[in-house]
Write a protein that binds this ligand. Structure first.
Ligand code: AVJ
Length: 325
């Protein structure tokens, strides 16, 4: 049956709403202004991201789907070889739950735990998974796990398999990514059997930049919608028309960066604060790190996973890793 833990978890950390305000305020007042990419995902933001995944330029989603499609039997075999049987599948950043829905028939999990910051969007999506798999135990969690993952009692303790597809790990700086992976691999936790991870790989600049600056302008809308979400959360007065979408590949750091650039000098006000942006000044909204196969394998090993294997597409644009504890 379906256990609805959204409201409880939404209400649980009393500081959550308050700390978002603090976090946003600090980021906007910093000399180099920034807003965390988690603030992309209000209800409209989740829909815009779903639209991005259907764009020709945005290769990650379909490339990853192709890898899974070609490798489900081998992936299931690798997990079975690691002793994983009817696991508890914990889907980090589940979004529309489509990737897990495709994986479930192959892994036959005993419990499915979709986790996402976009609560209402996840509620609908998890409901659809429940319709497709009426007998599956589903525990949906609407929460922000970017600064640490704390799972409630209702999540099965044994045979946990973490599913982190879509290269969402790429939003972490590499040192934070290592910490996050270490937490999942931590033998002191003793609960995880492994991690099934989808990660985007380094490739030519033109392909990367087009994926984050599509011709239709969907990614630009996704980026600017962050300002509307911030307006809701802060009661600020950002005017999206005054901001320009910027996406560039920073080769030294091996990451796509997204920014919002003020098109003229302007002042934004919220809750007794004001910040003036000069013409051309930017708010950094996202880092999307791109890894090499060797780099990710090394990071997973460094995090404490004992067995690491991967599947990739013919162009080696994207990879799916199985890292066993
Ligand atoms: C959801 C973080 C994997 O980095 O490609 C897509 C988000 N940003 N287009 C990515 C995103 C702009 C996406 N992740």
């Amino acid at each position: 049956q379906f256990m609805d833990l959204y409201s409880r978890h939404k209400a649980q950390p009393p500081g959550l709403a308050l700390s978002s305000v603090q976090e946003l305020t600090d980021g906007l007042r910093a000399p180099a202004a920034s807003v965390s990419p988690k603030f992309f995902y209000n209800a409209l933001g989740s829909k815009l991201f779903e639209a991005i995944t259907k764009l020709d330029e945005y290769y990650p989603t379909r490339t990853e789907a192709g890898i899974f499609e070609a490798s489900y039997p081998q992936i299931a075999e690798a997990l079975a070889a690691g002793g994983v049987r009817s696991p508890c599948l914990i889907d980090l950043g589940a979004g529309n739950c489509a990737k897990a829905a495709a994986l479930i028939p192959h892994l036959q999990p005993r419990q499915y735990v979709p986790v996402d910051i976009s609560v209402d969007f996840l509620k609908d999506a998890a409901g659809q998974v429940q319709n497709s798999f009426p007998a599956l135990d589903i525990v949906g969690l609407g929460m922000d796990f970017s600064s640490g993952l704390v799972l409630p009692e209702e999540v099965q303790h044994h045979d946990r398999v973490f599913f982190y597809p879509g290269s969402s790990l790429g939003n972490f700086h590499p040192d934070q990514a290592l910490q996050f992976l270490q937490h999942i691999a931590d033998p002191a936790q003793g609960k995880a059997r492994g991690l099934l991870l989808g990660i985007d790989l380094v490739k030519d600049r033109a392909t990367l930049e087009a994926a984050y600056d599509d011709a239709l302008g969907v990614t630009a809308a996704f980026n600017k919608n962050l300002l509307l979400n911030v307006n809701d959360l802060l009661q600020s007065d950002f005017d999206v028309i005054q901001w320009r979408h910027v996406a560039l590949f920073n080769q030294t750091q091996s990451r796509i960066e997204m920014h919002l650039e003020a098109m003229s000098e302007l002042t934004v006000r919220w809750r007794g604060h004001a910040r003036t942006f000069g013409a051309g000044e930017r708010i950094h909204t996202e880092c999307s790190y791109k890894y090499t196969l060797e780099g990710m394998a090394a990071l997973l090993q460094q995090a404490g996973f004992r067995h690491v294997q991967y599947w990739t597409d013919p162009k080696q644009w994207f990879a799916v890793f199985w890292a066993a504890v």
